[in-house]
Design a binder for this molecule. Structure first.
Ligand code: BTN
Length: 340
């Protein structure tokens, strides 16, 4: 698509998304965009081919149906609150390798705080610990944000934990599992017994200041169970949040996460995070027997707290305690009943 065609497509989407359900005449769109009605028709055909549900009525005009689910930046931006709109600049792609990989390169090249890339599919989605993150089309939303917070490297845990709270709030805002969006320290969001979202924060250090040069916060959410189900190795672990046809779900969810993130980030209270009380309350590990996984092997422990630094405090059978700031814990099978 040429640059001019892309700009026209963007302008038309913007007009339709901000007036979803309303009919806008071809003449009006032509006037707003400065092109002919024939050019409008061509762009509308292109948008329909991409999956936008646009009705066209002779002599009346075009309208984007309420249920249209095309993931697009204008659709997300139209749903942002003022604070989020001031902070985030959103771009979408139907399919990318990995939104984190692409935004890391962009951050390295100087892209601004608040740059957001949101994709409908990833072919090389990445999770923590070098794992892949399954990112099929149509059922999930995979987004990354560039942040440039004034914080010490060791405080980067606050980014991941704030994001987990933002995702839980977004799930509940959209009516998914009220009161049941819970967190497994540090980066997993669960609904019921299934992981529905994973978060990966990747940071680059500024060696002179000892602070962060930038962080790329990546959030991958399974909104629905994929049409072809999850692959065998994930079926028992992963789940979708919502069921059935929900209008405009991906744009609404991405916007809800960004709206909640803007609230948490703009308070700039990474050093005294009020949201940690909510993180604790949503954390299903506390009081649970876990295995602490590290390069040295596995060690049984009791998860006792999330401390003021967002670290997971565990108590070993010999009574010693450790505050974990990285790594992973696994719920011991006998303790799994507590997740329910
Ligand atoms: C995990 O569960 O270990 C973390 C998964 C993080 C996945 C998200 S999807 C958007 C962003 N792009 C990636 O490649 N990974 C993150």
């Amino acid at each position: 698509m040429s640059r001019a065609d892309f700009s026209l497509r963007t302008a038309i989407l913007q007009a339709l998304e901000t007036r979803r359900g309303e009919t806008i005449s071809g003449a009006q769109l032509a006037k707003e965009t400065g092109v002919t009605r024939a050019a409008i028709w061509k762009a509308i055909s292109q948008l329909r081919a991409e999956g936008a549900a646009i009705d066209a009525a002779t002599n009346r005009g075009y309208s984007l149906r309420a249920e249209s689910g095309l993931l697009n930046a204008q659709g997300i931006t139209a749903l942002l609150d003022e604070a989020a709109r001031a902070l985030f600049s959103v771009k979408t792609e139907p399919c990318v390798t990995s939104t984190n990989t692409l935004l890391k390169a962009a951050a390295q090249a100087g892209a601004l705080q608040g740059t957001v890339l949101c994709a409908g599919e990833q072919t090389q989605g990445r999770g923590r610990m070098g794992r892949d993150f399954y990112s099929p089309p149509d059922s999930g939303v995979y987004l990354s944000v560039i942040l440039r917070p004034a914080m010490r490297a060791q405080d980067a845990l606050f980014i991941t934990t704030a994001a987990a709270v933002a995702v839980c709030r977004a799930i509940e805002r959209l009516g998914g599992s009220p009161g049941d969006a819970r967190i497994k320290w540090v980066n997993d969001v669960f609904v019921g017994r299934k992981k529905v979202c994973g978060i990966l924060t990747e940071a680059a250090l500024d060696f002179e200041s000892g602070g962060l040069e930038y962080a790329v916060l990546g959030i991958g959410t399974n909104l629905l169970a994929p049409a072809a189900s999850f692959p065998d190795d994930l079926r028992k672990i992963a789940g979708g949040i919502f069921t059935g046809d929900i209008a405009n779900l991906r744009n609404r969810f991405a916007a809800a996460v960004l709206n909640e993130l803007a609230v948490l980030i703009s308070r700039a209270d990474y050093n005294a995070p009020a949201y940690l009380a909510e993180y604790r309350a949503r954390s299903f590990l506390l009081g649970t027997q876990v295995d602490v996984l590290s390069a040295a092997g596995e060690r049984a422990a009791l998860a006792v707290d999330i401390d003021a630094g967002a670290r997971l405090v565990v108590r070993y059978p010999d009574g010693t305690e450790e505050a974990l700031s990285s790594g992973e814990v696994r719920v011991r099978p006998a303790a799994e009943a507590k997740i329910e």
